[in-house]
Design a protein around this ligand. Structure first.
Ligand SMILES: C[S@@+](CC[C@H](N)C(=O)[O-])C[C@H]1O[C@@H](n2cnc3c(N)ncnc32)[C@H](O)[C@@H]1O
Length: 437
C-alpha cells in the first residue's frame, strides 16, 4: 500500500486545475443521480431526504464534486476518502472554488472503514481503485460493510481485453526499466518508448482507444507505471461482485460495448442464426460476448446493489419517463412526423427509430412531466385510437425505452419526485453561487 500511496502523493490523478471549476462541471454516468435513481432505487429515491454518500479512493475529486454539486442545497452528506493527502488537497480546493462546503475529507485507506465508525452509506462510489489493491475482494467487502441494506454502489474496474494495448506497453516498460524504482526517470523512459513504437504495435494500432493516458506525467504513471494493478473480464467482474453478495445492476458507460446484438447484421440466414444463438444466452454471457466482439471496454463502469429487481419499471404507470439526451422529445417527435425516422445514441452506436403508428405522439407527450398513464391515455386521445389499442401504445413506448437504454437516454422517475436539473443547469446554479462567494 505504501508504494501506491507514494505514487499518488507524487502524482495525484487525474490532473485537475481547481480554477477550471469556474467554467465547467465534469460529468459521468456512474454518479448521475437520475440514472442511479432509475437503476438502483426503482426511480423512487427522493434526494431531498437524508442521503449519505461515500467516495472511496476519490482522488482529485471528479466524483465527489459531481455528486456534491447535484446534492447541493439538500441535507446530504458526502465523505471523500483517499490514501493520498496530495489528491485530497486538490479535491478540497475544487470544492472550495465551487462553494461546496459540506464535504468531509478523510485521509485514510478504505480498508479501515470498519474502524472509522462512519455508519452506513446510501451510495458508495469507488472508481479505479479496487484493481490497485493487493486483495480487491477484501476492499469490496470493506465497502459492502459500510453500505445500507437498500444502498447502491458505483464501481469502475479495468477491462482486461480492452486494455490489451496498454498492458503490452506496461509489460514492455517493465522489461526496459528493469529494477528501476525512480518514477521520474521511468516517465522519461516511457515517453521515449511511446515515441518509438512501430506502427505494428498494438498501442499504435488503437490510438482512438486511449484518450487520456499520455497527456501528462500523472497520466503516464497511472496508465503504464502503476505500482500495482490487475484487470477484469466481464465474467471476472460478475464473480467479484457476486462474492461480495452484490448484484450487478447495469453497466453505465459505453453500454453498446456489452450489447453484441447491436453489431449483428441481418443480411442472410447465417447472420440471423448467429443473432438467435447469441440472443438465447443469459445476459452476463451476452455481455461477455460483447466485450470480446468489440475489444474496446477499457473500463467496466457499473452499478450494483444487494437487491435484485431494483430498477424502475415502465409498467408502473405512476412513473414519469423522461429523455436525458441532447435531443428533445419535441425534436424526436418532429423528425418522426416529417422524416419518418429519428436517431439517438452516439457516433459509435447510433440508435435508429422508424416511425410507427404511435411513436411520434409518444415522444410529443414525453415532456418529463407526464406519467406513463397520462402518455398512454394522451396518445389514444390525440390519435383517435380506441381503448383496445392501449396495449399497442404501451408496447411502442416499451420499445423506445429498450432502445434508448443502450445510451441511458430515457429514464424513469416516480411522479412524486421533482425534475432533475441538467448538467448545464447545475453549472449555471454553481456559477451563481461562485459569483456570490
Ligand atoms: C486512479 S485514482 C482514481 C481517483 C478517482 N476515483 C477518479 O475516478 O477520478 C485511484 C485513487 O485511489 C486511491 N487509493 C488507492 N488505494 C486506496 C485505498 N486502499 N484506500 C483509499 N484510497 C486508495 C489513490 O490514492 C488514488 O487517489
Amino acid at each position: 500500500m505504501d508504494a501506491v500511496r507514494g505514487q499518488y502523493e507524487a502524482y495525484p490523478y487525474p490532473t485537475r486545475d481547481p480554477s477550471d471549476e469556474r467554467r465547467r462541471l465534469l460529468f459521468g454516468f456512474l454518479d448521475l443521480l437520475p440514472l442511479l435513481n432509475h437503476n438502483c432505487f426503482g426511480g423512487r429515491r427522493d434526494f431531498r431526504e437524508p442521503f449519505r454518500v461515500l467516495v472511496a479512493g476519490g482522488g482529485t475529486g471528479d466524483s465527489t464534486i459531481f455528486l456534491a454539486e447535484q446534492l447541493a442545497g439538500t441535507d446530504a452528506e458526502v465523505v471523500h476518502l483517499d490514501l493520498s493527502g496530495a489528491s485530497i488537497a486538490i479535491a478540497k480546493e475544487r470544492a472550495r472554488v465551487r462553494g461546496l462546503d459540506r464535504i468531509r475529507w478523510v485521509n485514510r485507506s478504505l480498508l479501515d472503514l470498519g474502524e472509522l465508525g462512519f455508519g452506513k452509506f446510501d451510495y458508495i462510489n469507488c472508481g479505479g481503485v479496487l484493481h490497485h489493491l493487493d486483495d480487491p475482494g477484501a476492499g469490496l467487502a470493506s465497502l459492502v460493510g459500510s453500505l445500507a441494506d437498500d444502498g447502491a454502489m458505483g464501481l469502475m474496474l479495468y477491462g482486461a481485453h480492452g486494455r490489451t494495448a496498454i498492458t503490452q506497453v506496461r509489460d514492455l516498460l517493465g522489461l526496459v526499466d528493469g529494477e528501476s524504482t525512480d518514477l521520474a526517470a521511468r516517465i522519461e523512459t516511457a515517453k521515449a518508448v511511446l515515441q518509438t513504437l512501430p506502427d505494428t504495435n498494438w498501442f499504435s494500432l488503437t490510438p482512438g482507444l486511449v484518450n487520456d493516458g499520455t497527456h501528462d506525467d500523472a497520466g503516464i504513471v497511472d496508465m503504464f507505471l502503476h505500482a500495482r494493478e490487475r484487470t477484469y473480464t466481464v465474467p471476472e467482474v460478475y464473480e467479484l461482485v457476486a462474492d461480495a453478495g452484490l448484484e450487478l445492476v447495469a453497466f453505465t458507460e459505453d453500454r453498446h460495448l456489452y450489447s453484441p446484438e447491436l453489431y449483428f447484421r441481418n443480411r442472410d440466414q447465417r447472420d440471423r442464426d448467429l443473432a438467435r444463438r447469441v440472443a438465447s444466452q443469459p445476459l452476463a454471457v451476452r455481455q461477455a460476448i460483447g466485450e470480446l466482439l468489440t475489444s474496446q471496454a477499457l473500463k467496466h463502469t457499473f452499478h450494483c446493489s444487494r437487491r435484485r429487481g431494483c430498477t424502475a419499471k415502465l409498467d408502473d404507470e405512476s412513473m414519469v419517463p423522461f429523455l436525458w439526451s441532447k435531443k428533445t422529445h419535441l425534436e424526436a417527435s418532429a423528425e418522426l412526423s416529417t422524416e419518418g425516422r429519428t436517431a439517438f445514441g452516439s457516433e459509435q452506436a447510433k440508435l435508429h427509430i422508424g416511425r410507427t403508428d404511435f411513436n411520434a405522439s409518444i415522444f410529443e407527450l414525453m415532456d418529463g412531466r407526464r406519467t406513463v398513464r397520462e402518455i398512454l391515455d394522451g396518445v389514444l386521445e390525440k390519435t383517435g385510437a380506441g381503448a383496445d389499442r392501449r396495449p399497442e401504445v404501451f408496447a411502442q413506448l416499451s420499445k423506445i425505452q429498450s432502445l434508448l437504454a443502450y445510451s441511458n437516454e430515457m429514464l424513469l422517475r416516480h411522479e412524486s419526485l421533482p425534475l432533475f436539473p441538467t448538467g448545464s443547469e447545475l453549472q449555471a446554479r454553481a456559477e451563481t453561487r461562485m459569483g456570490r462567494s
